[in-house]
Design a protein around this ligand. Structure first.
Ligand SMILES: NC(=O)c1ccc[n+]([C@@H]2O[C@H](COP(=O)([O-])OP(=O)(O)OC[C@H]3O[C@@H](n4cnc5c(N)ncnc54)[C@H](OP(=O)(O)O)[C@@H]3O)[C@@H](O)[C@H]2O)c1
Length: 310
């Protein structure tokens, strides 16, 4: 892939897709293509075929998906499985039939088994029971990973898959009904600043999680598009985790929320630790660069600037 390649970013208005677009623009790519849902519903095969036929991309990043936190996964499992199966199947198959040179698909660390050994290595996928709270999403994503592998095996199609950890950053989702923990905490701390009463959070704050800034992920996607042509998926994360308590305190500090946090220990903690082994992607010369505090600061600044919209 070089700066004159025709690159299609599916889902380029989302957090990951927009980061990949910014990354390629910063490298002076001048044939980047994207399309909104109004003009091409990626669940619709006819619309996807028409788009590929018109644009004739050489490289494809699949960053379109139905994505959400625990509440959304609980309430909309049918949409999580149907939308994701349709979007990824349409794009992967259309890419192959339209002569795309290489495609990059995104899984997610949350589709590894519930009781994965820490740090989670790539070979732990499908070795035991999935996390039941997002099982519809996980099954769809695993099908996407396996579809990339099957198209490589049968057709020699260069489709690769990345497994990012929890992401955050510009264009994140701050809707408390559907958001992930980090943007939800930014919003709660920001809104809590005007009264500075304690914010109540689930569990006791001890579970440890890994967070990667989406601009670091975008650079990882670029690196893998240039250097990785293997069948197996590849983890993308910082390789470091923090407790939810530390995360909340860092966000409170950056945002200027001094009301403190209370922990509702009647609510579940979830898995005690979740962090990935990132040796494989490090061997390609990529590693995360944006510290958690710096990333939260940048995300909060973006949130403030875009407050009316988000
Ligand atoms: N966010 C995370 O923490 C995280 C972690 C690991 C992996 N990932 C993976 O990264 C990828 C992108 O996630 P994200 O966080 O960037 O999600 P996002 O912000 O919700 O973006 C998803 C994009 O997909 C588009 N889309 C969804 N359904 C569509 C449809 N039927 N037709 C056309 N476009 C459609 C959305 O368009 P609309 O704006 O119109 O809905 C949006 O632009 C996903 O594959 C996800 O599994 C994310």
């Amino acid at each position: 892939m070089d700066s004159n390649s025709r690159v299609f970013i599916a889902g380029s208005q989302g957090m990951v897709g927009s980061a990949i677009k910014r990354n390629l623009e910063s490298k002076h790519y001048n044939e980047i293509y994207w399309v909104g849902r109004k003009n091409c519903d990626l669940r619709n095969r006819l619309e996807v075929d028409a788009y590929f036929n018109q644009v004739k991309p050489e490289y494809v990043f699949v960053a379109a998906a139905k994505v959400g936190g625990i509440v959304a996964n609980r309430d909309y499992p049918a949409e999580f499985i149907y939308d994701n199966l349709m979007i990824q199947s349409n794009i992967i198959d259309a890419a192959y039939h339209n002569g795309v040179k290489k495609l990059l698909f995104l899984g997610s660390s949350c589709i590894y088994p519930k009781n994965s050994k820490i740090p989670i290595t790539e070979d732990q996928l499908l070795t035991s029971e999935l996390e039941s709270s997002n099982d519809a999403y996980a099954i769809a994503k695993i099908a996407g990973l396996r579809m990339c592998r099957a198209y490589r095996q049968q057709y020699g199609f260069n489709a690769i898959s990345l497994m990012p950890t929890n992401l955050y950053g510009i264009n994140d989702n701050f809707d408390l009904e559907t958001s992930h923990v980090l943007p939800a905490l930014i919003r709660k701390c920001h809104e809590g600043k005007s009264y500075q009463y304690p914010i109540t959070l689930w569990g006791d704050g001890t579970p440890m999680r890994e967070f990667l800034h989406v601009d670091d992920l975008a650079e990882a996607c670029y690196t893998c598009m240039q250097k990785y042509d293997e069948e197996g998926h590849i983890n993308v994360g910082t390789g470091e985790d923090v407790t939810i308590k530390e995360l909340a305190e860092t966000i409170g500090d950056v945002v200027g929320f001094t009301g403190g946090f209370e922990w509702d220990t009647d609510k579940p903690n979830g898995t005690p630790r979740k962090v990935m082994n990132v040796d494989r992607i490090k061997s390609l010369g990529w590693e995360s660069k944006i510290s958690l505090r710096e990333g939260i600061k940048q995300t909060y600044e973006w949130y403030l600037k875009n407050y009316d919209r988000v």
